[in-house]
Design a protein around this ligand. Structure first.
Ligand code: ADP
Ligand code: MG
Length: 504
């Protein structure tokens, strides 16, 4: 039997889980005895970092404490602590190292892990997540989209005869995702997914902060400084507003003025209504993409800590016309689903008989969350001029695994080479300016031929996020195969070796 774990590397909180001997997914506590660990890294000195609730409390006070870096995965952002440059990847690696080391204290050495990621993560952000795992010394073979993990947990915890079309509405600290999936027993197929990386609980905290500050100014004429009332203070008001209609802050002082500020649930709801309306639109869009209406949706599953806000359930009810189903632990559902997923992906000899039984009916189909294509010389129908354009080969929403072949033709007499490029985009783009070029290699062609030679391009996307892109010159048989790891890419050199760091 191997030690297999599922990890939810969240914007705000992370969690690690496994299947127990009875085949039930359970959370592995951290060394503080908590189910969830703040995704916050606080550097104590050059080589020591702290990932804990203490670190979380320091987030707005201390210049060497960093959080919410998941929002910047895939971007060129840097953070500096004690003269050392960090990146979203290295900070994520430190969080993963903390989860790994704490878990290993209770279950022993971890053999394999799966990490969850938002369905709308760019491929660069996916790559960097895999790189962070590698830096943390984790053997990660797969990643899984967060909504798939939540649905998996829901499907298994609700009994085996579950079937229908489900929506997973996941609203955490930093991101919002809506996914529509068909579930038949434990067979889960994602048919549409939408999301935004900049919508979540942190934005709600900022709104509460603004509300408190403007009310303080109104009541006292004084400005309220960030040191007196910050996002962390706002977060606790927000949590209380999930239970009560109005909440008062503790006494806040600025200059000679001092006051307790009252925020009502209605004021809070007003302040976030535009963001929630945006989420509602994305839900409608996902249903359109899936070709379903709200009447086709059997149940809406809520995941993510922010779904504890009553206004969210109301919004979901408005869009889908029914009360959503909730987990008592919405912030653990993704991690628990990940534990089921890694067992599903593993060799049965690594599992106990009861673990095997838990996942024996599981079958998961996923869809491509991007458009993949190639650059080719195409006649612009408007101008009649030939220009380089992006041609989509695998569409977003295409069921994975899939194999798609398209024919292209050489454009010049005596052409001796072919540029083989693999592009990726979030929308169906023809303009090369707006696509990300994943690979660009060349295939030599035999000379002395007329233009119009057929080139067959075949993209096969397997369910382990690997895409093989073949460029075949049909007449000569010359072929170039390019392997694109959609989830993980080339490891970039990192300036930081996180093994130099201890994590407390
Ligand atoms: P992530 O996936 O971003 O790591 P989680 O799913 O753990 O996040 O959700 C974290 C968010 O949930 C935070 O913004 C937190 O303030 C919010 N949250 C947790 N509990 C509540 C609650 N009772 N009411 C409102 N928001 C909550
Ligand atoms: Mg989450």
């Amino acid at each position: 039997m191997s030690n297999l774990v599922g990890i939810d590397l969240g914007t705000t909180y992370s969690a690690i889980s496994r299947l127990n001997e009875n085949g039930l997914p359970v959370i592995i506590h951290n060394s503080d005895g908590q189910n969830i660990t703040p995704s916050v890294v606080s550097f104590i000195d050059k080589k020591t970092s702290d990932v804990s609730e203490t670190a979380e409390k320091n987030l707005f006070e201390d210049e060497n404490t960093f959080g919410r870096f998941k929002r910047h995965m895939g971007e060129d952002k840097t953070y500096k602590a004690f003269g050392i440059k960090h990146t979203p990847t290295s900070l994520s690696a430190l969080v993963l190292k903390k989860l790994k080391e704490d878990a290993e204290k209770s279950i022993g050495k971890i053999d394999k892990a799966v990490i969850t990621i938002p369905a709308n993560f760019s491929s660069k952000a996916r790559e960097e997540t895999m790189q962070a795992a590698k830096m943390a010394g984790l053997n990660v073979k797969n990643i899984i989209n967060e909504p798939t993990a939540a649905a998996l947990y829901y499907a298994l915890s609700s009994g085996n005869n579950l079937s229908g079309t489900f929506a997973v509405y996941d609203l955490g600290g930093g991101t919002f995702d809506i996914s529509i999936m068909k579930v038949n027993g434990s067979d889960i197929e994602i048919i549409a997914t939408e999301g935004v990386q900049e919508l979540g609980g942190h934005d709600f905290d900022n709104k509460i902060c603004d509300l408190v500050k403007s009310k303080f100014k109104e009541e006292t004429g004084e400005e309220l400084a960030d040191e007196v009332f910050n996002c962390l203070s706002a977060e606790s008001i927000k949590r209380d507003l999930s239970k009560r209609d109005k909440v008062r802050t503790s006494r806040l002082s600025s200059g000679t003025a001092s006051a307790r500020i009252e925020i009502t649930r209605e004021e809070f709801e007003d302040s976030i209504s535009t963001m929630i309306a945006n989420a509602e639109m994305l839900c409608e869009g996902a249903m359109d993409d899936a070709g379903v209406t709200k009447d086709d949706i059997t149940d809406v599953i809520l995941a993510g800590g922010s779904t504890r806000i009553p206004y969210i359930s109301e919004s979901v009810k408005k869009v889908f016309g029914k009360d959503p189903v909730t987990f008592s632990n919405p912030d653990e559902a993704v991690a628990l689903g990940a534990a089921l997923f890694i067992a599903y992906k593993s060799d049965p000899s690594d599992l106990t008989p009861l673990q095997k039984k838990s996942i024996e009916k599981v079958k998961i189909s996923d869809i491509s969350s991007k458009y993949f294509g190639t650059l080719a010389l195409v006649k612009n129908t408007a101008t009649d001029i030939k220009e380089i354009q992006n041609c989509v080969i695998i569409k977003k929403g295409e069921k994975i695994p899939c194999v798609v072949t398209e024919s292209f033709y050489t454009t010049q007499d005596g052409q001796t080479g072919l540029d083989c490029s693999v592009t990726e985009a979030n929308t169906e783009e023809s303009d090369q300016e707006f696509v990300n070029i994943r690979c660009n290699e060349s295939l030599p062609l035999p000379g002395g031929r007329a233009s119009g030679q057929e080139i067959q391009i075949t993209y096969s996307y397997n369910d382990n996020q690997i895409m093989i892109c073949s460029f075949l010159d049909v007449a000569s048989g010359a072929k170039k195969d390019i392997e694109v790891d959609v989830s993980a890419g080339e490891s970039k050199d990192s300036e930081i070796d996180i093994n130099d760091f201890t994590v407390e």
